[in-house]
Design a protein around this ligand. Structure first.
Ligand SMILES: Cc1ncc(COP(=O)(O)O)c(C=O)c1O
Length: 445
């Protein structure tokens, strides 16, 4: 093995220290988390993650999407260090400070639409969604909301009410926030209306107007439609181009706000700052989190000053928009604008085309889809019946980990590739090589 080649594994995986660690974790840490395999991280830099036994892996999960500029990018460390010497916390709820304003101005400039937007800062994706849900009700004075089957919007009570990804996420937590209705997403590989993509006429949007609004939900009571531009946890599903356009038109027809949850798809990951820009739509409310501050906790809920016009005291957060997180976000956006957004588009195209070729040669790959560095591979037992390969997906994730590649699943039977935006072509090729070796091994079992 070349000196600088990765991954570098020197113990059996997991190593002895990792095994002991996991046993102790069981005693002291909530076991509601969803660890797919026992990776115990000690440190990380760029795309390389080192575990407590000294093994080095390539990270194609970006710390669940948050480390957009890679782990510990020098420019991010610089921004954090500089700000931490000046001001760590004061609370934007009660006082003013420059990093929040600096970031809000930058977001105004980089997001599509007029330069008249206001930003509410929180600490996590779910907080960003809660803020959007409250704002939509507040502004429209309407109680209901529409969200999609397969969508994931978070786990606090409001965002969980919008989530319809896996029922385990909602089990035993009802009653949730009332007024949320779920409708099918434009999942063309598994069309909810059993139509073929070319002649469906975007039946899933038409269904909302013809069936839902006609029989069940008065549209004038709907505050907002919450939608992920590309379904994330639900399986990395890219809808056809006309889906969002028609949905947006429907929303406008009935005075409903169009809210995009860009927590996973945003911040340059798809090659544009927002994934919804691929669909040429200017949303009413946009939610950002995960990659916005390169791993520091931060969310931004953004709307025009007309919509975000709530009274002092109506919504706030002690820690949201922390000065260090805001400075990390400003540095993150600078890196994205310099070259990382472009890199995401280019390496994403390369990976999509390689995975497309792989699909032809592997019986387990049913579908390959994505934009930029948000790529999903759906595994099926049979390409005709499309029976989900759930067990095989789990074997694949574990076997990749054992070979030094960190990837995660999405949906019940898909694998997602969402590496940091600094990923090189060489690293992408290496990840695909490991993935294909493991896939071949799983197919043989
Ligand atoms: C689209 C989307 N929205 C919201 C969330 C919730 O974010 P968080 O886990 O930071 O609360 C997630 C998390 O995966 C997400 O993917």
């Amino acid at each position: 093995m070349k000196k600088d080649s990765f991954p570098k594994l020197s113990t059996e995986i997991p190593g002895p220290k990792a095994k002991r660690f996991v046993e102790e974790d069981k005693k002291f840490i909530s076991q509601s988390y969803t660890r797919a395999y026992p990776l115990v991280v000690e440190k990380a830099r760029g795309l390389i993650v080192t575990d407590i036994d000294g093994n080095q892996y390539i990270d194609f999960s970006s710390g669940l999407g948050a480390c957009s500029t890679g782990h510990c990018h020098p420019e991010i460390i610089k921004a954090i260090n500089k700000q931490s010497k000046k001001l760590i916390h004061m609370s934007g709820t009660d006082y003013y400070y420059l990093p929040q304003l600096k970031l809000a101005k930058k977001l105004n400039e980089i997001l599509p639409g007029k330069n008249n937007k206001r930003v509410f800062f929180g600490n996590s994706g779910t907080e960003g969604v809660e803020a959007a849900l409250k704002l939509a009700r507040y502004y429209t004075k309407r109680q209901m909301a529409i969200a999609f089957f397969g969508a994931f919007h978070g786990r606090t009570m409001g965002s969980l009410s919008l989530t319809a990804s896996k029922s385990i996420q909602r089990k035993n937590f009802s009653p949730l926030v009332p007024g949320v209705v779920h409708v099918p997403y434009a999942h063309c590989y598994r069309c909810p209306h059993n139509l073929s993509y070319t002649d469906c006429g975007t039946a899933c949007v038409q269904w909302i107007e013809d069936e839902l609004f006609h029989h069940n939900v008065p549209p004038e009571e709907v505050s907002a439609i919450f939608v992920e531009p590309i379904l994330g946890e639900g399986g990395y599903v890219v809808p056809p181009p006309e889906f969002h356009r028609k949905l947006y038109k429907l929303a406008k027809k009935y005075g409903i706000l169009f809210v995009v949850d860009e927590v996973q798809s945003g911040v340059g990951r798809t090659g544009k700052f927002l994934a919804i820009e691929h669909f040429k739509i200017i949303p009413d409310i946009t939610i950002l989190a995960k990659g916005i501050a390169s791993g520091l906790p931060l969310s931004a809920t953004i709307a025009s000053e007309k919509i975000m016009n709530w009274l002092p005291g109506s919504h706030a957060s002690t820690f949201g928009g922390n000065p260090i997180a805001c400075e990390a976000a400003v540095a993150t956006i600078k890196l994205l604008e310099k070259n990382l957004m472009k890199n995401a588009g280019q390496i994403g195209d390369y990976m999509l085309s390689k995975l497309g070729e792989m699909k032809e040669n592997h019986r387990l790959i049913g579908d390959v889809r994505g934009k930029g560095l948000m790529i999903g591979v759906e595994l099926v037992k049979d390409k005709v019946t499309k029976e989900r390969a759930i067990k095989e997906r789990s074997q694949l994730l574990t076997a990749c980990f054992k070979k030094g590649l960190i990837i995660l699943g999405c949906g019940e039977n898909s694998v997602r590739f969402f590496p940091p935006l600094i990923v090189t072509k060489k690293q992408a090729a290496k990840a695909l090589e490991i993935f294909e070796d493991v896939l071949t091994e799983v197919e043989r079992r």
